[in-house]
Design a protein around this ligand. Structure first.
Ligand SMILES: N[C@@H](CCC(=O)N[C@@H](CS)C(=O)NCC(=O)O)C(=O)O
Length: 212
């Protein structure tokens, strides 16, 4: 069986949990407690020199890092249901929307960046919160415009895709930082549709064994 090294409130781990649940794959879950800084322990750095979760260790012991690369592995190895369509244009559009979150929003508001602006740039709780709200709202404003172009329950599709694997954890994060999601009605509607879906319910942070 594969093992996912993650953390209940890590949004990159949450992405992988959603994909595993959508594909009906069982894995062992091992927590790397980010609050205690265990992601920077020597043991975890052997799994991922970046000191991040998630890491997926597959059956032969190979350690896979970077959630988007893990999702790509899962989609190739377990193609049904697919996270991305075959049609090149449709695929590119869904991937682009997913990358707005994975490469443009999430990296500048993750734990290590927030710790850095607090420690090195004198930001207090308010400053850190403003920073996170700004970058999340900035990316969501663009995604909302894209989402408004489609009538489908999920972005461009009738079933959840890679995009929802990225969006739902980012919405969870947005709520933690008190981003007003009423500004983003279509993204909120997609989030609401996912919250009814058993795979998304199973992947919820609060439903993980390591949640307090
Ligand atoms: N691009 C990476 C980001 C991973 C990442 O930022 N993980 C966070 C949790 S969501 C983490 O481990 N943070 C620990 C830290 O910043 O020290 C991915 O998608 O896997």
């Amino acid at each position: 069986m594969m093992t996912l090294f993650g953390y209940w409130r890590s949004s990159a781990s949450y992405r992988v949990r959603i994909a595993l649940a959508l594909k009906g794959i069982d894995v062992n879950h091992v927590t790397v407690n980010l609050r205690d800084g265990l992601q920077k322990d020597a043991e975890h750095l052997l799994r991922n020199p970046q000191g991040f979760v998630p890491v997926l260790v597959i059956e032969d012991g190979t350690q896979l890092t970077q959630s988007m690369a893990i999702l790509d592995y899962l989609d190739r190895k377990f193609p049904n249901p697919a996270l991305l369509p075959e049609d090149p244009i449709f695929r590119s559009k869904l991937l682009a929307a997913s990358l707005v979150i994975a490469t443009d929003i999430h990296p500048i508001q993750n734990l290590s960046v927030l710790k850095y602006i607090r420690a090195e740039h004198g930001q207090d709780d308010g400053g850190v919160k403003n920073w996170a709200q700004h970058w999340i709202s900035n990316g969501f404003t663009a995604l909302e415009k894209t989402a408004q172009q489609y009538e489908t329950p999920f972005l461009m599709t009738e079933v959840p895709s890679l995009f929802e694997c990225c969006l739902i954890p980012q919405v969870y994060n947005a709520r933690r930082f008190d981003v007003d999601m009423d500004q983003f009605p279509k993204l909120s509607a997609i989030d609401a549709a996912c919250q009814e879906h058993s795979s998304f319910i199973a992947a919820l942070p609060e439903h993980q064994a390591d949640a307090p």
